[in-house]
Write a protein that binds this ligand. Structure first.
Ligand code: DX5
Ligand code: ZN
Length: 213
């Protein structure tokens, strides 16, 4: 299992230290949650902070946009050369065009789906993306409870992916812990995002990441 800790659960007063801790602890990606206060009822970080994170990390960035004006935010974050940018299908009128734009910037495009959104709704976009992010909580906050229906949804998505684009990865985001990681693996998930589990694990960040792996 690939692990992408979410820095939303980091101490923002010690962000460089907390980014280094997940990199040293063996994470695969650094997950960056960008919220605009419109698509979700929370505001997080912009380009000034992400630039600092990009400078202090040795691991690739996985930027998760939870915003209404996706194109504007893609242009803001593209200079920091993230591995992935995911955007929410619920917030985008022209997802196919935006996917092409992200790829033309040398970034791997990904689609994010809220808990209620059907995997079939992105069937005709699957061949164009490198990853699908399935939300297993309502986007907006860390530390929420895992919504178990994502397991069935991941299995459905996996069968569509096998037909349309077998190289497309499945990422699950929200409420991930050592209590659901085996079920996520069985459901075909490749990458998990974990915020509070990683940053609040009693015996430390490195042990939390290895527990998930
Ligand atoms: C929620 C974010 C998640 C969140 C995960 O909107 O997309 O990445 O930070 O945090 P936990 O693992 O605490 O649910
Ligand atoms: Zn996220």
């Amino acid at each position: 299992m690939l692990v992408a800790p979410s820095i939303l659960s980091a101490d923002f007063g010690n962000l460089a230290r907390d980014v280094k801790a997940i990199c040293d602890g063996g994470c695969d990606f650094v997950h960056v949650d960008v919220m605009d206060g419109h698509f979700v009822p929370n505001l997080t970080i912009g380009p000034v902070v992400v630039e600092s994170v990009a400078k202090s990390t040795i691991k690739p960035l996985d930027i998760h946009l939870m915003v209404e004006n996706n194109t504007f935010f893609v242009d803001l974050f593209a200079p920091f050369k993230p591995e992935f940018i995911s955007f929410h299908i619920e917030a985008e009128k022209h997802p196919h065009r935006l996917i092409q734009k992200i790829r033309s910037l040398g970034i791997r495009p990904a689609l994010a789906l809220n808990p209620h959104t059907l995997p079939e709704s992105i069937e005709y976009l699957l061949e164009d993306v490198d990853m699908v992010l399935l939300m297993s909580v309502n986007p907006g906050f860390g530390g929420q409870s895992f919504i178990p229906s994502v397991l069935e949804k991941a299995k459905k998505l996996k069968s569509l992916i096998e037909i349309k684009n077998p190289r497309c990865l499945i990422e699950v985001d929200g409420g991930v812990s050592d209590r659901n990681i085996e079920l996520l693996k069985e459901a075909g998930v490749d990458i998990v995002v974990a915020g509070s589990f990683v940053y609040k694990y009693p015996s430390g960040i490195a042990r939390a990441i290895s527990a998930l792996k």
